[in-house]
Design a protein around this ligand. Structure first.
Ligand code: ATP
Length: 316
């Protein structure tokens, strides 16, 4: 569990849950990667995002050697242009490189080749703080600060008042349970502290607080990594609606294993072994009969429905 002690800690914290995912993937073989030090240039300015265009240009990257067992390239000369306001879903088998692409966009690691630009600005030329401030993120396993619920939500927009915090919690279907919270020191509601010495929250509750944070933050770029995976279907439907509303006018990069949750997006990008193998809409990719069609068929066919929630087969 990551603890927040300094300014740079909190900057990293936004992507901490993502980092923990990497840890989980690698835990079994004990090769948790330490990120290479990513540093701001001395003359780094603030990223400005007037439009929200993202451009991955021939990027190359691999984890290691300090990262672990393999030296093989994870991302092999990948190029992808995402238009302002476009909603793109990343699809692919486990290990295809979806989370890596998101890690790189957040500049959690530096590239070995190529560049990533947001509205024409190379992300290595701007401060990490300004980069991450412009990107709202919800990931599979949302971790919270060991602080009050208020601080956890307001982290997305430090100057927000309680009305705005409550509104965001409400839209994230979290206000009802938050108001019932009482931690071990008797602090209640927004005052209650999350974590070890506070209240223990379920994965779904943590995810809803993370969603409230993103709703409040209202950043121009959204990264959703299985944003609603921990929620039961009724809550998920309600939140999905809020997320779709939030996505309007924003550039979105969404990862989902359950293809039904991203099938509606403007464009799907199918990754395999760090390369883009197909792109198109859900319908186009089904017609194409390639990897996406195969993955879709598997999820909707039922016989391989272990990770399937039973809804994946229905057309969205
Ligand atoms: P999943 O659907 O399982 O989340 P993914 O498509 O997001 O997979 P990535 O997590 O990007 O895939 O992983 C791409 C490759 O990089 C895999 O081979 C993975 O084992 C490796 N990898 C990911 N994170 C690390 C790390 N921190 N250190 C070393 N290797 C890593």
């Amino acid at each position: 569990v990551m603890r927040i002690r300094s300014m740079s800690d909190w900057i990293l914290w936004e992507v901490a849950s993502l980092f923990e995912n990497i840890g989980t993937v690698q835990d079994g073989i004990n090769t948790i990667a330490r990120p290479r030090a990513v540093t701001d240039r001395s003359d780094a300015g603030a990223l400005a995002v007037p439009r929200g265009e993202i451009s991955f240009q021939d990027i190359r990257f691999h984890y290691g050697p300090e990262g672990g067992v393999t030296d093989s390239r994870v991302i092999e000369g990948l190029s992808l242009d995402i238009k302002p306001g476009e909603k793109v879903g990343l699809v692919g088998r486990s290990g295809a490189g979806k989370s890596t692409l998101v890690n790189l966009l957040l500049r959690f690691y530096d590239l070995e080749g190529g560049r990533i630009e947001i509205d024409g600005q190379d992300i290595t030329q701007v401060t990490q703080e300004s980069l991450r401030r412009q990107i709202g993120m919800v990931s599979q396993d949302a971790s919270l600060l060991h602080r009050s619920i208020r601080e956890n939500v307001r982290y997305g927009r430090p100057d927000a008042g309680d009305d705005a915090v409550r509104d965001a919690l409400k839209r994230a279907q979290a206000l009802d349970f938050v108001e019932e919270l009482r931690d071990t020191k008797g602090r209640q509601g927004l005052e209650a502290h999350a974590g070890e010495r506070g209240v223990k929250l379920s994965g779904g509750q943590r995810q809803r607080i993370a969603i409230a944070r993103v709703l409040l933050k209202d950043a121009p770029i959204l990264v959703l990594d299985e944003a609603t995976s921990a929620l039961d279907s009724e809550v998920e439907a309600a939140i999905q609606e809020q997320l779709y509303a939030l996505m309007e006018h924003k550039t979105v990069l969404a990862i989902a294993h359950r293809l039904s949750t991203i099938a509606v997006l403007d464009r799907l990008v199918v990754l395999d072994e760090g390369r883009i193998v197909e792109t198109g809409t859900h319908a186009e990719l089904l017609r194409r009969g390639g990897l996406y069609a195969e993955l879709w068929k598997r999820q909707s066919g039922g016989f391989l429905g272990v990770e399937d929630d039973g809804e994946a087969g229905q057309a969205p």
